[in-house]
Design a protein around this ligand. Structure first.
Ligand code: BGC
Length: 745
């Protein structure tokens, strides 16, 4: 390979079919062997056409690697990842991403830029929707499950694709929750909170990792040698290839970090980056964007000038080629164009989308057991709210190759499930809320809004009154409120957590009719419910539930299935509380921790791990197999969980741990294990947990390494992070002191 071909092999281009100049430019780069990978193509005929250029027209005939944002499905759209995390069901999530992989591979995609495993503790950050929420343990379980789902038994498994966990590292900690803003992480947070999901993804065999747009402490992610090479490769033992986020090598100059493209490429590759993801467009102020090469095109010069060691370049190229070999692309570079029709949106895929949406739903409130809806008592249902019949909001962000028409909205779901004896009528009440600054991804994600003549004629005052009248004359209101699809995701941060637009006004007016209100929230983050709570009989968080979302929610509301999801984050009372986490340190005056603000409780509105079901669950008989164990020993724990209701339910049993003292102060409690179980009516089940030494290991900033302390530990088990069923045990080293010289990490 020439130096140009090597640099090309590790250059990935967006292929923007709608922009002919950019597309033509990229095709020419492929033909000349200066592009090794493309992204954003989901049409198999296009994939094959471009692949043919690489294989038949370039000098070496090396096949292209096709990547795509397969975030929560391709044609069949599943709940957004935050919703999937709320299922607390890694097996389900593995199956979901397995289906996503099958659909993606059927159109010629080889690699998903997913899962996003960034911990998100600030819900103002729009990308909280793409991850598993605030907790490193839940995040790790979801990360590993998704990697297994995408990759199957490993890279090269038929019908599977390569997983690319992202964004390494700390992207979720942007100041003020503002996307792309500065991040400053302490070593304690970096190691104990943000790194574990990546470690789990690497352990599960992820073939790729994507770096972050932002950097921790002034060094942008694409060029952070310590993080990429020392930590990711050295400590976590990652063997796959590392790609930059879109254009973030060129952006090393924009950051005020690199001098120019040559400097950017040099520093990124020397830091350990293997591939540059690049828009293929240069944006010069005030000018029309023009097609052009990325920073890695300067690598041949960097080598000739002695700035980069050619062996480092070869190592990166080898990693990419190895992946292509493992995927079998040299034997079969093309996709069978007939497969898409036989694979996309299959009924069994859609069924899994429905099941996933049902398991993701979180019931926050159910006063007077208004839910499940009783068909003998409820004869007329008013479905109210602009999102109730909004297909895009049902799917959520990060859906590009979906079938909008085949999306089941809440309204349609209610109509289908209600049955002939129940009337379901609809009134939007207010228009779908819109952003002040439009989403930069609007065109790509088909967020075209409703451009129909009816939408233009929407008479707000008349519609508002019609909705209230409908509420007044119905037995129950299902009020569907929340965020439009483009209000969360990338470049979708918020400064408040308010229900956008006139939705609170609508809620208050509907509630004033005295008809019971069941509030269904479609959103990708917690919203401020302070004005909503007292006015509702029930609140169900449905997230953006996906292709079959409306059907799933209706089935939950009518009790065909009981809700069993739990919150993957602490639900704040107001935006002023964020970031708010359950696993905080005791710090100074722990007894006042719930009144750190003088005007409002500093506890969450709903705690991490919270979620109701239709019936009562009780935990009893928490037993530990020993009251004292050695440093490296595993503790066996068992507990009884009982379904005290008269129907089958699902419950997520959660185990939390607290270390009372040690070489660093540890969080008041941390999730260490969980199990989602089905419980028949009246059933009591004994659950077994194992707590090994790894569950007690943590990074101590004082020691600058990870440690295991001899200490006293508290254990709680229950259905929420505030569980009260408690036991304690002691961990001893041979001398019984955590300061002992034998207590080495
Ligand atoms: C996002 C990545 C995504 C990439 C490709 C970037 O803007 O940060 O998460 O994978 O675009 O679409």
């Amino acid at each position: 390979m020439t130096l140009e071909e090597k640099a090309g092999q590790i250059s990935q281009y967006f292929y923007l079919a709608g922009m002919s100049a950019q597309a033509e430019f990229v095709e020419a780069e492929v033909r000349s062997g200066r592009a090794g990978s493309l992204l954003f193509i989901s049409d198999p005929a296009e994939t094959n056409r471009l692949q043919r250029i690489a294989v038949e027209e370039s000098r070496l005939g090396i096949p292209l690697l096709f990547g795509f944002d397969v975030i929560h499905g391709l044609r069949t759209i599943f709940p957004v990842p935050l919703g999937l995390a709320a299922s607390w069901d890694p097996e389900l999530v593995e199956r979901v991403q397995g289906i996503a992989a099958r659909e993606a591979r059927a159109v010629g995609i080889h690699w998903a830029f997913a899962p996003m495993v960034d911990i998100a503790r600030d819900p103002r950050w729009g990308r909280i929707v793409e991850g598993a929420g605030e907790d490193p343990y839940l995040g790790s379980q979801m990360a590993a499950a998704q990697v297994r789902g995408f990759q199957g038994d490993g890279i090269g498994t038929p019908d599977h694709i390569v997983a690319g966990p992202k964004h390494f590292l700390g992207y979720g900690a942007a100041l003020g929750g503002r996307d792309y803003d500065e991040v400053n992480l302490s070593e304690n947070e970096l190691r104990n909170v943000y790194l574990p999901p990546f470690a789990a993804a690497v352990k599960a065999g992820a073939g790729n990792i994507m770096t972050s747009y932002v950097g921790t402490g002034g060094v942008p992610g694409a060029a952070d040698r310590r993080l990429i090479t020392d930590v990711l490769r050295g400590e976590l033992g990652f063997e796959g290839f590392i790609v930059s986020d879109a254009s973030s090598v060129v952006d090393l100059t924009t950051h005020g970090f690199a001098k120019d493209d040559l400097d950017a490429a040099t520093r990124a590759i020397r830091a350990g980056l293997d591939m540059e993801m690049w828009f293929g467009l240069r944006f010069q102020e005030g000018m029309i964007p023009t097609p052009g090469v990325g920073a890695f095109a300067t690598l041949p010069d960097a080598i000739r000038q002695g700035l980069v060691d050619e062996q480092r370049l070869d190592e990166a190229v080898r990693r990419v080629l190895l992946l292509k070999f493992r995927l079998g692309l040299f034997e079969q570079p093309y996709v069978d164009e007939g497969r898409a029709a036989k694979t996309l949106g299959l009924p069994e895929h859609r069924e899994m989308a429905r099941i996933a949406a049902e398991r993701s739903a979180v019931l926050l409130r159910n006063i007077g057991s208004v839910l499940p809806l009783d068909r003998s008592a409820v004869r007329s249902i008013a479905v109210i709210g602009p999102l109730a019949d909004d297909k895009q909001a049902t799917l959520g962000p990060w859906a590009f190759a979906h079938d909008l028409e085949a999306t089941v909205t809440l309204l349609e779901g209610m109509q289908r499930v209600a049955g002939s004896g129940v009337t379901v009528a609809y009134a939007p009440g207010v228009p779908v809320p819109t952003r002040v600054f439009p989403s930069p991804f609007a065109a790509m994600e088909q967020f075209v809004g409703d451009t129909s003549p009816q939408a233009a004629l929407f008479d707000e005052e008349a519609e508002f009154s019609r909705a209230i009248e409908l509420a007044r004359t119905s037995d129950v209101v299902v009020l569907v409120l929340g965020e439009a699809a483009d209000m969360n995701g990338e470049a979708a941060s918020r400064s408040t957590l308010d229900l956008p637009g006139r939705q609170v006004e609508l809620l208050e007016a509907v509630a004033a009719t005295d008809t019971p209100v069941v509030l269904v929230l479609l959103s990708g983050r917690p919203l401020d419910l302070r004005r909503a709570i007292e006015r509702t009989a029930a609140i169900l968080v449905a997230w953006h539930p996906g292709s079959e979302g409306g059907l799933a929610v209706a089935r939950v509301l009518f009790g065909e299935v009981a809700p069993g999801g739990k919150l993957p984050f602490s639900w704040p009372r107001s935006v002023g509380q964020v970031p708010l986490i359950y696993s905080h340190l005791r710090s100074h005056q722990p007894q006042t921790s719930m009144m750190r603000y003088w005007e409002e409780e500093s506890t969450p509105l709903y705690p991490f791990g919270f979620g109701l079901t239709y019936g009562e669950v009780a935990y009893t008989n928490l037993c530990l197999h020993a009251s004292a164990i050695g440093l490296d020993e595993t503790l066996e724990i068992q507990v009884e969980v009982q379904n005290r209701s008269s129907r089958a339910i699902e419950e997520v049993a959660q185990l939390y741990l607290h270390q009372r003292y040690g070489r660093a102060a540890r969080p008041v409690r941390e999730l260490k294990a969980f199990q989602r179980v089905v419980l028949e009516s009246g059933e009591t089940r004994t659950l077994h947990f194992q707590l090994d030494a790894a569950a007690r290991r943590y990074w101590s900033s004082a020691q600058n390494t990870s440690v295991l302390d001899a200490s006293i530990f508290d254990v709680w088990v229950g259905g929420v992070s505030t569980a009260s069923l408690h036991a304690e045990f002691t961990v001893q080293d041979s001398t019984g002191s955590f300061l002992s010289p034998t207590n080495k990490p």
